[in-house]
Design a protein around this ligand. Structure first.
Ligand code: SAH
Length: 276
């Protein structure tokens, strides 16, 4: 009886070793020599449309993602790389795009799992700050990602709440693009009450939007390098109501993204991560 138990335990241990090495091998396989596959996560269809057209990407009629996720994937080639632009898709029952951190993280998770990108990119519109020199139409390449609406005043959880994560190091890309650099701060609201305003200042934010930190959370999980390109539609500390300014400038900002994102993709395609 005891011998059986010992044998059983030994079998279990060797199974664990085999499984462990298989998982390790899968992880190792994911470490790329160069950027061959890129997943670009975009929240809104209107933000993505000019980019998809410009790159000549084709919609994947059968979603590569598991389950009922409404994300839509458009794929094609840029230089030596395969590019997948993933929009979060419509929110079931609401008839609008799935903006915000939860849909962004779900799309990013599925993208990392199914598409195995060597680089994850988030492109979208965002609010800028007059106090940081921001103007409508600016394009930012994020330096870091933080949350401004996760206030958890318990030691350890306070730091987790902000969830600061650095963007992938890409000094050559920065120099070549000449975009503005700054911290992208994420929250689940378009408006900006005083409590968020204080948190944005504490985060040293140059850019305010609703997805990037959620995607950074997933990128860290998969150990996938992550960068974000954000075009400014509205000025958070300006005089106009954000909603009006956003709608007025969405088309122009989508065009700015259309100009900026392909340049980024062309630069990174086929390069080693260390060359970015
Ligand atoms: N479609 C809505 C607005 C969408 S929410 C409307 O018609 O009013 C705003 C989207 O744009 C989000 O995906 C967010 O990431 C980005 N965004 C642009 N400006 C923003 C700001 N000032 N604050 C937060 N998110 C902003």
């Amino acid at each position: 009886m005891r011998r059986d138990l010992i044998e059983f335990a030994a079998n279990l241990a060797s199974l664990a070793v085999v499984l462990g090495s298989l998982i390790k091998r899968r992880r190792l396989k994911r470490k790329p020599m160069s950027v061959k596959t890129i997943a670009v996560i975009v929240a809104m269809e209107a933000e993505a449309a000019p980019l998809i057209e410009h790159l000549g990407l084709k919609k994947q009629e059968k979603s590569p993602f598991a389950g009922p996720l409404p994300a839509v994937v458009f794929s094609g080639a840029v230089g030596d790389a395969t590019v997948h632009v993933c929009t979060n898709g419509p929110a079931r029952g609401f008839g609008v795009d799935s903006v915000g951190t939860v849909p962004a993280a779900l799309t990013a998770y599925q993208a990392c799992e199914a598409l195995e990108p060597d680089l994850l990119v988030n492109a979208g519109t965002a609010g800028g700050f007059k106090a940081k020199g921001g103007v409508v139409g600016d394009v930012y390449l994020a330096t870091a990602f933080k949350n401004h609406d996760r206030r958890i005043q318990i030691p350890g959880f306070d730091v987790y709440g902000v969830g600061a994560a650095d963007a992938a190091a890409c000094p050559n890309l920065r120099a070549a693009m000449g975009f503005k650099a700054g911290v992208v701060s994420t929250g689940n609201s378009l408006d900006c009450p005083d409590v968020d305003r204080d948190a944005l200042a504490a985060n040293d934010a140059s850019v305010k939007e609703m997805e990037a930190a959620g995607i950074a959370h997933v990128a860290a999980m998969f150990d996938t390098p992550f960068i974000a390109v954000k075009a400014i539609t509205d000025i958070v500390d300006g005089d106009k109501p954000t909603h009006d300014e956003f709608l007025q400038n969405l088309g122009a900002a989508a065009k700015a993204l259309q100009a900026a994102v392909p340049k980024v993709l062309e630069f990174v395609a086929g390069k080693k991560l260390a060359e970015l």
